[in-house]
Design a protein around this ligand. Structure first.
Ligand code: 5AD
Ligand code: SF4
Length: 432
């Protein structure tokens, strides 16, 4: 989501005559687009800002701006030199990107400027993102912003504001432009895509996510469509049937479970149970055979016992996730969990539980990858493999990474690869 937002920032700035540089020494202003989801993410931002301070020695006029969630969470405190031990010139929240040129004017004479207003209807629908960092194959398209689910641990509803959907015509136009520019894969982004909703003023018709995704799939059968993230409460069988109709909608669903224990899920305010989650998994496997399922898991949420943790491990086995993003619980100021519960699982215990979860996921991923040996997959070539130029890498519809010897094909092509070996993270094979 931040990657996509930075492309919007780039668009706002370039439309005002600014240029983007890849060399930080050349920049007159550096924006850091920030994440507040865990303390670790914020610490990385602070370290990055510290690293940038030395550039000011050679260029005293260099301006630094903090954008995004951390700007929204910390607001004007970021402008106090004592807060981070350095001077920040500008602070702009996730809904203030249109105002960046004006804020730059404000800081020209050495003053500081801030805009952290959240707007209930900002979707940047009319702004064409500048794809400055993408490889030309795969692009992100935001379809909605904000979140109102208020999971007890999560800072997003406070930093990104109310949930709002983007007008579907502008989404489809952006997809058409991407198709013309040669893109082969688009990921539709939102905190909770299954609650996408747009009521057409003229006809009064309601466009839901199932409608939007079929419109997206029909733009160009040569473009793969992915989406993230789905909320387990809201994902519907209607969507799964829609996905089944279109071969270019990827067979991959990211469905964050967070915990396998009903007591913890309730405390997290996730609004589903272990049993209802597993029913959704069963529906995915029934309606979309061969669909990959990935998840997010938090280890050591407030009051989590060893029994709760074991329930998470057993749910991982039952669901058979192909990949997971796994985290230690990190208390976020202002959230319901920070206000109501004690962060009482000791750090060493969180680490141990996280390590068990990671190990379990590696076992399950390896078993899932082994089942792919001997099968042939359509792979979208993304470029050279990181390890060797003689190999190419790409992804299957299931979002699994495949490495294979480079022959006669180029980035952005679909090739058929027969899998002959694997690790827990990668499939290896040859083009057939
Ligand atoms: N601590 C740890 N992980 C968190 N996530 C969100 N908030 C927190 C937190 N306070 C994780 C969830 C979410 C993913 C994007 O980040 O698993 O799905
Ligand atoms: Fe955070 Fe929950 Fe919203 Fe996801 S659904 S962004 S975890 S509040």
């Amino acid at each position: 989501m931040n990657f996509s937002d930075s492309e919007i920032v780039a668009s706002v700035m370039t439309s005002q005559g600014f240029d983007i540089t890849e060399k930080q020494e050349e920049a007159d202003i550096i924006f850091i687009n920030t994440c507040s989801i865990r303390e670790h993410a914020e610490n990385r931002v602070i370290n990055r800002l510290r690293e940038l301070q030395h550039l000011r020695k050679n260029k005293p006029g260099l301006k630094l701006g903090v954008l995004g969630c951390m700007a929204e969470r910390m607001k004007a405190s970021l402008l106090e030199d004592e807060e981070l031990g350095m001077r920040i010139d500008m602070v702009a929240g996730p809904d203030a990107y249109r105002q960046l040129p004006g804020l730059l004017d404000d800081i020209e004479g050495g003053q500081q400027a801030i805009n952290v207003m959240l707007l209930a209807d900002e979707t940047y629908a009319d702004i064409s993102p500048v794809r400055y960092a993408a490889g030309g194959v795969s692009a992100f398209v935001s379809i909605m912003r904000g979140c109102e689910n208020y999971c007890a641990y999560c800072v997003v509803p406070y930093t990104r504001g109310k949930e709002r959907s983007r007008e579907p015509g502008s989404i489809i136009d952006e997809l058409r432009q991407l198709a013309e520019a040669g893109y082969r894969e688009v990921t539709l982004l939102g905190q909770n895509v299954n609650s996408y909703k747009w009521r057409d003023n003229g006809s009064g018709n309601l466009v839901g996510f199932s409608d939007l995704i079929s419109m997206a799939a029909e733009v160009d059968p040569g473009i793969r469509i992915r989406f993230a993230t789905s909320h387990p409460r809201d994902i519907s069988e209607e969507l799964l049937h829609k996905m089944a109709e279109y071969p270019n909608i990827c067979r991959a669903i990211h469905l964050p479970v967070q915990s396998g224990s009903n007591a913890i899920l309730k405390k997290m305010n996730r609004k589903y149970t272990r049993e209802s989650y597993l029913k959704k998994i069963e529906a995915i496997k029934r309606i979309l055979p061969g669909c990959a399922i990935s998840t997010d898991i938090i280890a050591g949420f407030c009051s989590e016992t060893e029994m709760d943790h074991k329930q998470t491990i057993s749910l991982m086995e039952e669901a058979g996730f192909d990949f997971s993003f796994m985290f230690k619980y990190s208390e976020r100021p202002g959230t319901a969990a920070a206000k109501k519960f004690r962060d009482d699982v000791p750090e060493h215990e969180k680490t141990r539980r996280l390590n068990e979860i990671i190990q379990k996921q590696q076992e399950i991923s390896l078993a899932s990858n082994k089942k792919d040996i001997g099968k042939t997959f359509e792979v979208l070539v993304e470029g050279s493999s990181r390890r060797s130029k003689d190999n190419s890498m790409g992804r299957t519809s299931q979002n699994k990474v495949v490495v294979f010897p480079s022959v006669n094909f180029s980035t952005g092509e679909y090739v058929k690869v027969r899998i002959d070996s694997c690790t827990s993270a990668t499939l290896k094979g040859k083009v057939v």
